[in-house]
Design a protein around this ligand. Structure first.
Ligand code: C5P
Length: 304
């Protein structure tokens, strides 16, 4: 007797945003990417994607403006790539409820691609290993493998090669969201320009951050925060310097521009301190909005 497989008609996936606790950028490679060493950290500011079998591919977003529609949307691209790679499935309707800022340096697009891969695989009954999923994800964007993995991890190569960091002490963050986004390629190009014109300071060794994470002491983590892209993001959006200063003045232990920015991540001593810093920063006039978040958060996962 053949086994009847009951596949769900609709699935929902939750996926976290990320901040980079540490980001050292190397030289521009021949393929247009930069080698980097980064410490990714997933936080519980999450997008949710619902994926349903449908007569044609569609993507709708709520909760944000500026998310690319049609063929440019990374979640839709993920669904199409998974079909091409596995010869399974078909068109899907994807509904995205966004909390991760768009073009904010928190890998929101990559997160949605990761969620679409998990959602489509469940919808189509595919059994793919983590490594297979991660390899397909890396074709969509350098940060997709981390959005699948979550937690805290060192990323190398262009960010797609991951080694988990066992740092389970919760970290409490205030995220300062900017008025407008920054384009990731533009920020990398600005760093190349700054470096070509003058000696530009570089972050220290990654070991300092790893030791701080192992200690579980938020003060040590705050002191070790660093990002080579920060100077480039500030060069393109000088107001970010004020946001960072206002966050520290409000009581944060340390602050850093996340990834290519412009979101600023401010580390706080505990949840209560994060609430206080968020309230003060919200009134400072140095950012569009503030969010409180905690990490490490799990990677993309099915919630129904
Ligand atoms: O991989 P992803 O599509 O997110 O990268 C977007 C752009 O960011 C790349 O085309 C490249 O210009 C820049 N980038 C880079 N080095 C990396 C990651 C991204 O230069 N390691």
């Amino acid at each position: 007797m053949s086994r009847v497989l009951h596949l769900p008609g609709r699935v929902t996936v939750r996926v976290p945003g990320k901040i980079n606790l540490y980001l050292a950028v190397g030289e521009l490679r021949d393929d247009g990417y930069h080698d980097l060493v980064t410490v990714f950290h997933a936080v519980d500011l999450c997008d949710e994607l619902t994926v349903t079998n449908a007569p044609r591919h569609t993507v709708h977003t709520q909760g944000a403006v500026g998310v690319p529609a049609g063929a440019k949307n990374l979640a839709g691209a993920a669904a199409r790539l998974l079909t091409r790679r596995t010869r399974a499935g078909g068109p899907v309707a994807i509904e995205i409820t966004k909390q991760i800022p768009v073009a904010g340096g928190m890998a929101g697009g990559s997160a949605d691609a990761a969620a679409a891969l998990i959602g489509c695989a469940a919808l189509w009954g595919l059994e793919l290993s983590r490594d297979q999923m991660s390899e397909i994800g890396a074709e969509l964007g350098s940060d997709v493998p981390f959005a699948l993995a979550g937690g805290t991890a060192v990323g190398t190569g262009r960010g797609e090669r991951l080694s988990p960091v066992l740092a389970r002490t919760p970290l409490h963050w205030v995220l300062a969201l900017a008025d407008s986004g920054l384009s990731t390629p533009a920020v990398f190009a600005e760093l190349d320009r700054l470096r070509a014109n003058a000696e530009t300071p570089r972050v220290g060794a990654v070991q300092e951050m790893l030791t701080a994470l192992t200690s579980g002491d938020p003060k040590a983590v705050g002191a070790a925060l660093g990002n080579d892209l920060q100077a480039a993001a500030i060069s393109l959006q000088p107001g970010l310097r004020r946001t960072l200063r206002a966050g520290i003045a409000a009581g944060a232990l340390g602050g850093v521009v996340s990834g290519s920015g412009p979101t600023v991540a401010l580390l706080c001593a505990d949840q209560a301190a994060a609430g206080e810093v968020a309230a003060e920063l919200a009134g400072s006039g140095t950012c569009r909005a503030v969010r409180v978040a905690a990490g490490p958060a799990p990677g993309a996962k099915l919630i129904s």
